[in-house]
Design a protein around this ligand. Structure first.
Ligand code: GLY
Length: 260
């Protein structure tokens, strides 16, 4: 979109160290370069999230936390304002789950799960990684994400190693449409934090509805943070035609970058 205002925001998850914003800066830089070379918004958001999945300081990809049985299972999702949505849940041993979610978004399916999602990733030749013995460097952090706007379309992408120590079989907010993320004609939203609370609040979709009512992102952010108790970590990135905002009730590495 030459000449149009481009914007990308990326975060390293609720609870991530603010000092790790060099990682979210890098994700924004790559995402913005992709937007500048006419890459569609969904792909730009997903590639930005892949940068964060490859940074083991964050809880996604190789930084994923372990469940109570010591195993690692990851969730990822993406959505754009052109009505593409795709997600994977409980996938393992794949380096970039967000790229598998992107493939799902471009398929006839919306969510693939577990061993069958892993098999799908192998069929599409996505890079494998052995997560046995993995030690996460991100013990207290949550889902990573990005939102983008290219002046015409919006997209959001999320990836997570889930909640550390959780029971096998648990599903968090990330692969549930409207919970962890939502994108449509009014904007894009991605959430990070306590998955059960994010899901119960239908957080991303209700935030998106505020954008549809003309509420500016900073005001929407402040309102949504108020839905959560102090014990429930929550962070958000929001972009609309009226601006953008990011924040959390915990520390959170996050960045924003604009360009033409
Ligand atoms: N927010 C990620 C999860 O709870 O699984």
């Amino acid at each position: 979109m030459p000449g149009k205002q481009l914007i990308i925001l990326a975060h390293g998850g609720a609870g991530s160290n603010n000092a790790h914003s060099d990682g979210t800066d890098r994700a924004c830089k790559i995402g913005l370069e992709l937007l500048q070379s006419q890459t569609p918004v969904l792909e730009a958001a997903c590639y930005a999230v892949s940068i964060l999945e490859n940074d083991s300081r964050f809880n996604a990809g190789t930084g994923s936390r372990k469940r109570s049985d010591g195993s690692v299972r990851m969730d990822a999702a993406c959505m754009d304002s052109g009505k593409r949505f795709g997600a994977v849940s409980a996938i393992q041993h794949i380096k970039n789950p967000i790229q598998v979610a992107r493939a799902v978004a471009n398929s006839e399916y919306r969510v693939l799960t577990g061993e069958d999602a892993h098999q799908y990733a192998l069929e599409l030749s996505f890079e494998k990684v052995d997560m046995t013995g993995l030690e996460s460097e991100a013990p207290g952090t949550d889902t990573v994400g990005a939102v983008v706007f290219n002046g015409e379309y919006f997209a959001a992408a999320l990836s997570t190693g889930g909640t550390g120590g959780s029971r096998p079989g648990r599903v968090g907010d990330v692969p549930l449409i409207g919970c962890g993320l939502y994108a449509g004609e009014h904007g894009a939203v991605c959430a990070t934090g306590h998955g059960e609370s994010i899901t119960l609040n239908l957080t991303a979709y209700r935030t998106y509805e505020m954008l549809g009512r003309g509420i500016v992102p900073q005001e929407a952010l402040e309102s949504v943070l108020g839905w959560f108790e102090d014990s429930q970590d929550i962070g958000l990135l929001i972009v609309s035609k009226k601006g953008h905002a990011g924040g959390s009730n915990r520390s959170m590495a996050w960045s924003t970058l604009t360009g033409k």
